[in-house]
Ligand binder design. Structure first.
Ligand SMILES: C[S@@+](CC[C@H](N)C(=O)[O-])C[C@H]1O[C@@H](n2cnc3c(N)ncnc32)[C@H](O)[C@@H]1O
Length: 294
């Protein structure tokens, strides 16, 4: 069936509401793309907000009366009469396929790959983590996750006890376990993240006994991690510093991610109370702090 689409340029704050209006008027799919036309795989860490300059695209079947749709949208307070938009007819395409083609296997460091289930692993002998984008944060496309995956790949994980603080999709925990860690404790405030982590671990053949998941209120206090990774934002990393430090054993390794460049110095000062810190690693606007517990 041929399709017709409407494209509306808006601010990040209004994009989701406008997307809802498109769905209410019968759009069979709603897509958000930034000014560079990059599909949204996941929100920024800790946020549901989209980019500042966002195009919202609604896809309708070709028999839709688009004049009627535009009239309905003009009645919405976020848009109003004469709102800027573009309506265009599209060739028939497999839209789901097109989206899937945008999410490809990605390599981190030397050994580690994150592969969507619909792709062959490019290097079958590598450490391949099978992971599809889902509702919890963590696909590897975001620099904060990428910085942690690269760091994990650089470690000898054999037999180590790991804590993944803010586990999201479980991507870091599953990577650590596939790189040879013995056991991982995953902690997240979002119950949906715990479900996603459990599912992703199962899909990767990780035995349940090797990956235990907790809400913060239930988290064990007696863990002494060889490796702790925390990809959460600067605020929680600041507040949780004594808890995070207490979960790492002397000689154990720490990685903090989810920090913007301008938050680096403040967080280094806090964590240097307990850890000897390496140089900060950076990717785009983000940075990663690593160190060893004294
Ligand atoms: C940026 S995502 C990271 C997900 C995954 N670890 C990764 O690297 O892609 C941050 C995760 O931390 C969780 N989170 C935020 N604040 C937290 C807190 N105070 N305690 C535990 N988890 C928290 C969020 O629910 C979210 O799943």
């Amino acid at each position: 069936m041929p399709w017709i689409q409407i494209r509306i340029n808006t601010t990040g704050e209004q994009a989701e509401t406008i997307g809802d209006h498109l769905t209410e008027t019968g759009a069979v799919s709603v897509t958000f793309v930034d000014a560079q036309d990059t599909p949204v795989f996941e929100p920024l860490p800790g946020e549901t907000r989209l980019w500042g300059d966002t195009d919202v695209i609604g896809l309708y079947d070709a028999i839709t009366d688009m004049k009627l749709i535009v009239n309905l949208l003009e009645a919405q307070p976020e848009l109003g009469p004469g709102f800027t938009h573009k309506v265009e007819a599209l060739e028939d395409k497999d839209w789901e396929r097109e989206w899937m083609d945008n999410f490809k296997p990605m390599q981190f460091g030397k050994r580690l790959w994150i592969c969507p289930s619909w792709h062959e692993a490019p290097e079958p002998e590598a450490v391949n983590v099978l992971l599809d984008p889902g509702l919890a944060f963590g696909t590897g496309t975001h620099p904060t996750t990428a910085l942690c995956l690269e760091w994990l790949d650089s470690l000898d994980m054999s037999e180590s006890q790991v804590v993944d603080f803010g586990c999201g999709s479980g991507i870091l925990a599953v990577a650590a376990l596939k790189l040879g860690a013995k056991h991982c404790v995953g902690i997240d405030i979002d119950p949906q993240a715990l479900t996603a982590s459990r599912d992703n671990a199962g899909r990767n053949g990780i035995e349940e006994s090797r990956f235990e998941l907790f809400l913060p209120k239930d988290q064990p206090t007696d863990v002494q991690a060889d490796v702790l990774i925390a990809n959460i934002l600067a605020g929680p990393l600041r507040e949780l510093a004594p808890v995070i430090a207490s979960l790492v054993k002397p000689g154990g390794k720490l990685a903090l991610s989810g920090l913007l460049l301008e938050q680096n110095e403040e967080l280094r000062e806090i964590y240097s109370q307990w850890f000897d810190l390496d140089d900060t690693a950076t990717m785009e606007d983000w940075c990663r702090i690593t160190g060893v517990k004294r």
